[in-house]
Design a protein around this ligand. Structure first.
Ligand SMILES: CC(C)(COP(=O)(O)OP(=O)(O)OC[C@H]1O[C@@H](n2cnc3c(N)ncnc32)[C@H](O)[C@@H]1OP(=O)(O)O)[C@@H](O)C(=O)NCCC(=O)NCCS
Length: 203
């Protein structure tokens, strides 16, 4: 298994498609699973192009087995995407987006609408944005290793603490964040979902 950081300029196109497909298959409940593979692939490409974000993949030969993404400021990524005509065209062309318009509009306000109730916590806090491992590879510490790689990147950026939020009803994801050292801080409503927020000290 190889773990490496990918950047928009250098990554071949099948990689973006694989990352988006894995995201849609693995991460349920949010607006991102409804915007379509092409828009989501674009999102990861935009994210990886900035030095304020990181996208790390676990790859076995040419197959993406898992990935993690992290941002210094998720709100800045969302704003950048809103200003991208290609991204906007791709999401309006996706039927899933229109079927979930209410959810989509609220998602645009993330993370402000979640963090404003987290007393004393800035919404610009660095964040683990997404993580997924292919079903058949789960339970082999690939997720743990991806988190370690992300934390190495945070450390190089002098980040001491970051945040991660996940569906409160997802037993596996909550167990994973607790096992990897996340400290539970709040359970908050975000559109139809209840999100558990954890803070993690960068070792
Ligand atoms: C969450 C996820 C990334 C974990 O990846 P993974 O490679 O399977 O995780 P690891 O093997 O590193 O597991 C580390 C620890 O997490 C916990 N954990 C992982 N899967 C678990 C499960 N199904 N049930 C309970 N605890 C679990 C365990 O404590 C495990 O440690 P242990 O094996 O010593 O008991 C993976 O299950 C996944 O892709 N899930 C779907 C996507 C998702 O929910 N992402 C998070 C929300 S954005």
């Amino acid at each position: 298994m190889q773990y490496f950081r990918i950047q928009a300029a250098e990554a071949a196109s099948p990689l973006w498609h694989q990352i988006a497909t894995l995201h849609i298959a693995a991460i349920k409940g949010g607006i991102l699973e409804r915007i379509g593979v092409r828009a989501l692939a674009r999102l990861y490409r935009v994210l990886a192009a900035s030095h304020d974000n990181v996208l790390i993949v676990a790859q076995e030969r040419d197959k993406v087995v898992g990935f993690v993404s992290g941002c210094l400021d998720v709100g800045a990524v969302i704003k950048k995407l809103m200003l991208s005509p290609v991204f906007m065209l791709l999401i309006v062309a996706s039927p899933g987006f229109w079927q979930s318009l209410g959810m989509a509009l609220k998602a645009l306000a993330y993370p402000q609408n979640v963090s404003k109730v987290e007393v004393g916590i800035s919404h610009t806090m660095p964040e683990l944005f997404s993580i997924a491992v292919r079903q058949e590879w789960r339970g082999h510490k690939i997720g743990t290793r991806l988190v370690e790689e992300l934390e190495q990147w945070f450390r190089a950026k002098n980040i001491a603490t970051y945040r991660v939020s996940t569906d409160a009803s997802d037993v596996r994801a909550n167990a994973f964040y607790q096992k990897t050292g996340g400290i539970f801080v709040a359970s908050l409503r975000h559109h139809a979902m209840r999100l558990n927020t954890y803070h993690k000290l960068v070792p």
